[in-house]
Design a protein around this ligand. Structure first.
Ligand code: BJW
Length: 243
């Protein structure tokens, strides 16, 4: 693997279509914690099975709702960083040449000016009904509470994110797959590549012959299919590659 950041910059400039898959690391420089970083990642402090599954929510709705409420509060202070902004500027300048797919639920790509971002794992800033809403759920606003509940049937609001064991939004996954199918360069940025089906998008790009570039200060599960691994923070690397 001899190509470096200058080669990748040239590939990006020449590419017909670039697919980008981002993960939590792209927001690390905005102060948003990742999941799996050994010291600072959310899963270093919390057990995902006790927080990021539907069964955990049904068992302990207050605990899980509070954890998400805390993360929402933290996120309210976060701003897009130079990596988000570089991607957004590229998308604005070359709207037909970019498919931006994120696993992040923080809305920072959209906030940077890329509203077409495909959000595979939902949004931390939204919520929805846990069970299919009945007429009573929609005819009156949910009570204030933690979590909000329909006063008539007891249905709960839940965070609008995708938990383990849940299907990804079908339209988002289909749009991501279609964008990847068009790409000749794929940037895999700030993700450990451990979570599927998102990580499978990089394998699809590799199998169709696209150049795959991993941007991450650490090693990842996807390095073995990468043409190049750039061991840099994304807020430094992406502006160099795309501007
Ligand atoms: C930097 C940096 C800087 C730091 N610059 N980089 C196939 C094989 C095996 C398992 C499965 C499979 N298919 C499905 C599964 C099961 C499961 C899964 O993948 N499990 C694996 C973990 C083993 N997948 C699912 O359950 C998915 N659903 C599904 O497949 O449905 C079908 C189904 C139905 C029924 C039964 C089974 C299957 C859903 C996955 C949902 C993931 N949800 C979460 C939580 C969202 C809500 C919340 O926020 O609380 O999504 S988990 C968490 O991981 C979050 C993330 O989006 C996701 C990915 O994490 P990410 O972004 O990669 O973060 P990290 O922390 O892992 O990595 C950060 C990286 O950044 C690191 O590498 C750093 O080095 C780097 N970094 N600073 C650049 N400055």
């Amino acid at each position: 693997m001899t190509a470096g950041r200058d080669s990748v910059r040239a590939w990006a400039a020449e590419a017909r279509h670039i697919a980008v898959l981002t993960g939590a690391g792209v927001s690390a420089e905005s102060g948003v914690p990742t999941f799996r970083d050994a010291l600072t990642g959310l899963w270093a402090q919390f057990d995902p099975q006790e927080l990021a599954t539907e069964s955990a929510y049904r068992a302990h709705p207050e605990r899980v709702w509070d954890w998400y409420a805390h993360r929402r509060t933290m996120l309210a202070k976060a701003l897009p960083n130079a990596g988000h902004l570089a991607l957004a500027r590229f998308g604005q300048t070359h709207p037909d040449r970019l498919t931006l797919v994120t696993q992040n639920v923080d809305g920072l790509h959209q906030g940077a000016g890329q509203p077409e971002t495909i959000a595979l794992h939902g949004s931390l800033m939204e919520d929805r009904w846990l069970d299919a809403p009945r007429a009573c759920c929609n005819s009156q606003p949910p009570q204030e509470g933690r979590p909000p509940v329909c006063a008539t049937c007891g249905n709960l609001r839940r965070p609008g994110v995708v938990w383990f064991g849940e299907n990804l939004p079908p339209a988002a996954l289909a749009a991501a797959e279609a964008g990847v199918a068009r790409c000749d360069v794929m940037l895999v940025v700030g993700t450990s590549g451990q979570v599927y089906p998102a990580a499978g998008l990089a394998f699809a790009a590799h199998q169709q012959g696209a150049r795959v570039v991993v941007i991450n200060p650490e090693t990842t599960e996807l390095d073995r299919i990468a043409d190049v691994c750039l061991r840099e923070p994304s807020a430094i690397c992406l502006p160099f590659l795309l501007e």
